[in-house]
Design a protein around this ligand. Structure first.
Ligand code: NAD
Ligand code: GLY
Length: 373
């Protein structure tokens, strides 16, 4: 079965996953349009999960858009930030669902960035062994990556996104208008994940991003619409082949092995996820060069683009005593590691990524060079 073609005025990208297929609607005004909610399963109640920053901006609009569909619309507003992507916050969702008498048909709406989306998805996967949920991503990063593909999780102090489940949403609603209120630093963080799709899958897209980086940074509506659409198409193509990351889906983690070490090592929230991924992509590109796969010109090109997107490219020192060992030990708990051996996503040739292990000495060299800038 393919996903249902929705009769909406918006662009639609489909994720084809048999009976778990769904559509991503992209456009200005998606949040408010009744068309966006057509065909969702009937239920007596809905629960909007959001946070204290997004709620005052968009909660009323979502309530307004869905209240005719449900007898009751509940809201739970979580504390904001990566450092709150925890069991405690997850429990706030369960507390709200149980105390409001939500049942197995209650539809959860994740209204926020990737943190809210990942936690709501995990709550939906586990509440009463699974309830339906809809992603309403409000950051660029969430629209181009985290809301799509069904990865849900919370962090553990020993590792990023270590506790979670694969659980697909019923629909993803990307309203481009909401990106207007996003802080500039968060916009840049989202651009890291947009840039990611170029070197791993589509060099023509990388050319386009290079040519369009100023309009993207200025939030030009057409540029953002194309960036979100093309990113979702590439992600849909990858996830459609390998939903549970037994193979090709791992390429979506380009830059993430180094990046997760930066996030965990600096303390969750100190570096934004997208910032850590941007810097991590520079490190992974350097590793690809050290393995003889790409040349220095490719690494320079990617580094320059990441800088132009307003992202850091000098890696932080995580430990003044033994920085390399700290990076390595954090990377050993990465989900791609096997028997303690770290696996990296490297660029095999521009536009193609593969998984490789690498000698510690080579990785150490990359860490040292990257921390010096
Ligand atoms: P985030 O959810 O923390 O949002 C960033 C900030 O922007 C927050 O302060 C948020 O409150 C605020 N915000 C959100 N929308 C806003 C808006 N429209 N206007 C003003 N402020 C707004 O961060 P993020 O970058 O969206 O997501 C990062 C998270 O996503 C990380 O936890 C990462 O692990 C996860 N992630 C998951 C996947 C996946 O496949 N599931 C992929 C990539 C990243
Ligand atoms: N963001 C990586 C993935 O969805 O697989």
């Amino acid at each position: 079965m393919t996903s249902q073609q929705l009769h909406s005025p918006f662009q639609q990208v489909d994720i084809d996953l048999g009976d778990r297929s769904y559509g991503i609607l992209i456009g200005a005004g998606v949040l408010d349009s009744a068309h966006s909610y057509d065909g969702l399963p009937p239920a007596s109640s809905a629960m909007i999960v959001t946070n204290q920053t997004v709620a005052p901006l968009y909660q009323a609009r979502l309530v307004q858009a869905i209240q005719a569909r449900y007898r009751t619309v509940h809201v739970v507003s979580l504390p904001d930030g990566e450092s709150y992507k925890t069991w405690e916050s997850l429990n706030l969702i369960f507390d709200a669902l149980l105390s409001k008498g939500c049942d197995r048909k209650t539809v959860l709406f994740a209204l926020g960035g990737g943190v809210v989306g990942d936690m709501t998805g995990f709550a939906a996967a586990s509440y009463m062994r699974g309830v339906p949920f809809v992603q309403v991503p409000t950051t660029l990063l969430a629209q181009v990556d985290s809301s799509v593909g069904g990865k849900t999780a919370i962090n553990h102090s020993l590792g990023k996104n270590m506790i979670g489940a694969f659980y697909q949403p019923l629909r993803v609603l990307c309203d481009l208008d909401v990106l207007r209120t996003l802080p500039a630093r968060e916009l840049s963080a989202g651009l890291a994940e947009v840039i990611k799709y170029g070197p791993i899958a589509d060099m023509a897209f990388l050319d386009w991003i290079e040519a369009s980086i100023e309009p993207l940074m200025a939030r030009d509506a057409d540029a953002l619409a194309f960036a979100v659409r093309r990113s979702c198409e590439i992600k849909a193509w990858v996830v459609g082949q390998d939903e549970r990351e037994s193979g090709v889906r791992a390429i979506l983690n380009f830059g993430h092995t180094f990046g997760h070490a930066i996030e965990a090592g600096m303390g969750y929230g100190a570096w934004l996820h997208g910032e850590a991924v941007g810097c991590g992509m520079v490190m992974a590109a350097r590793l690809s060069q050290a393995l003889g796969l790409v040349d220095a010109a490719f690494v320079d090109r990617l580094t320059r683009l990441i800088q132009r997107a307003g992202l850091p490219t000098v890696a932080p020192v995580l430990d003044t005593q033994d920085n390399v060992e700290r990076y390595l030990s954090l990377m050993r708990v990465d989900k791609k590691s096997e028997a303690g051996a770290i696996k990296f996503v490297v660029i095999d040739s521009p536009g193609r990524a593969v998984m490789r292990s690498a000698p510690d000495a080579l990785v150490a060299q990359v860490i040292e060079t990257s921390c010096r800038g």
